[in-house]
Design a protein around this ligand. Structure first.
Ligand code: CAO
Length: 434
């Protein structure tokens, strides 16, 4: 006996909408709660779940149609006992905090557990004949665009979400269950992925993850999915700087420091931060504000036997390069001998990561959130440069700048990094502008 499926109420304040996508077609097996339509309203794209199960006999709407509550959407040859009750409203693709906004009646705790188990087919699907291909068949991850968008907004990889719909279709509920399971997981920064049994492929050895590695994994695991970051590359001619460095190295060594590229870059970056204050800021989205810092504390990544540590050099703008050289040598030594305190690693406004002592032509450092940018330094190389009449051997320092694109635009980043290069190339600017 055919049943009519009519459009439920869309959302508060949205009386009508326009069909963005029809997700089923005649002949499809239809399960309860399966998404059948995407309707675009003034506020959001709304996914409409079916309240009946069976086989779709006819689809009465098409993309572009204006629809409202009560519009006839489908005729379905229903299976006995498969009508959902009560009628659920269409679920909007949420914008803010969809996990917390979920109706209290949802079995919040049960969802992740169910998702973790073998995918249980929806009741109707269990009773249904072998399902006909869904409209999304052929796409490797069956999920509606609104679900994909929702997952993207939350930084969830759909491939990691267990779809509980027919043919593994991933619904909004599945994504929410995944996020809940992830936030309930021990503080590791990301949902612990189920690993294959590596010993099937060869011998393995396991060892505990140390505290520094755990902290790094947690911190970078938070930054990577939450900060949309881009890396800008540039290169500075450091031929003159290298000459000056050699000239003054002994004087700095006499004071107990090492006049390195990193020490000079600290000072250069402090000047750039003063000129471009957005790079010396943090984004406070909760309060809708940008926090500009009026101090220049800069973190320096130090490679230690226990892992990466980032001690912070305070008030860089107020110190001489010689003082910074002494302080950086002492901090790096403190880091390597495991003597840093947590105070030594707090309060940074910006970070520098120099891998040039090891090698490499360029890399993309990860923004040390809530900072908004980080400078990557690669290895100085002698390269031929055209001086107007001939090629001359010059020392070239490759630099990269990763930045939080929510606050900083590409043009800002290009200007900032260019300025850093110009000051490195003409260190006199430090005295002139510093
Ligand atoms: N190009 C070429 N050589 C460089 C260089 C560069 N960009 N940067 C440093 N060097 C050289 C130095 O001149 C020094 O050479 P000598 O031993 O002949 O004097 C050597 O590399 C080692 O430098 P350093 O470590 O003594 O001094 P530094 O101030 O340049 O660097 C520090 C300090 C703490 C940044 C560095 O020791 C370090 O730990 N780097 C690794 C940072 C890191 O792991 N980053 C990745 C984090 S994100 O994954």
């Amino acid at each position: 006996m055919p049943t009519e499926f009519r459009l439920p109420k869309l959302a508060e304040g949205d009386a009508t909408g326009s069909v963005a996508k029809v997700l089923v077609r005649a002949g499809d097996a239809l399960a309860l709660d399966q998404s059948v339509l995407e309707v675009e309203t003034e506020k959001a794209v709304v996914e409409v779940p079916s309240t009946v199960a069976g086989t779709v006999e006819a689809v009465h709407v098409q993309p572009g149609d204006e629809v409202a509550e009560g519009t006839l959407v489908l005729t379905v040859a229903e299976q006995a006992g498969t009508k959902a009750s009560p009628v659920p409203a269409a679920s909007p693709a949420p914008a803010k905090d969809p996990v917390r906004d979920e109706p209290a009646a949802q079995p919040a705790a049960a969802a992740p557990a169910a998702a973790a188990d073998a995918p249980a087919p929806a009741p109707a699907a269990a009773a249904a004949p072998p399902p006909a291909p869904l409209s999304a068949a052929g796409s490797r991850l069956p999920a509606a665009p609104s679900v994909r968008r929702f997952a993207r907004e939350l930084g969830v990889e759909l491939a990691q979400v267990q779809g509980t719909g027919p043919a593994g279709r991933i619904s909004l509920q599945d994504v929410k269950a995944h996020v809940r399971a992830r936030s309930a997981a021990p503080a590791a920064g990301a949902a612990p992925a189920a690993l294959p049994d590596f010993s099937r492929f060869g011998p393995v050895r396991r060892e505990g993850v140390g505290a520094v590695r755990r902290a790094t994994a947690h911190h970078l695991g938070q930054s990577w999915p939450n900060v949309p970051q881009v890396t800008q590359f540039d290169a500075a001619d450091v031929t003159e700087l290298e000459r000056l460095r050699r000239l003054h190295a002994q004087a700095v060594a006499d004071r107990g420091g090492k006049l390195t590229v990193t020490a000079v870059l600290l000072k250069v970056v402090a000047l750039a931060l003063r000129k471009y204050p957005k790079f010396n800021a943090s984004l406070d989205l909760a309060r809708g504000e940008i926090v500009y810092k009026e101090y220049t504390h800069i973190g320096v990544a130090v490679d230690t036997p226990r892992g990466l540590l980032v001690p912070v050099v305070r008030d860089v703008g107020r110190k001489s390069i010689a003082d910074l050289s002494v302080e950086l040598s002492a901090l790096a030594e403190k880091a390597r001998s495991a003597k840093l305190t947590s105070d030594d690693m707090q309060g940074g406004c910006f970070s520098i990561s120099n891998l040039g002592g090891i090698g490499g032509t360029g890399f993309t450092p990860i923004v040390n959130s809530p900072e908004v940018a980080i400078l990557g330094v690669s290895r100085t190389e002698i390269q031929p440069r055209w001086d107007g009449t001939a090629f001359a051997p010059r020392s070239i320092l490759p630099l990269s700048l990763s930045y939080d694109h929510r606050l900083i635009d590409g043009a800002d980043a290009a200007r900032f990094l260019r300025f850093v290069c110009e000051v490195v190339e003409s260190p006199f600017l430090l005295a002139l502008e510093g």
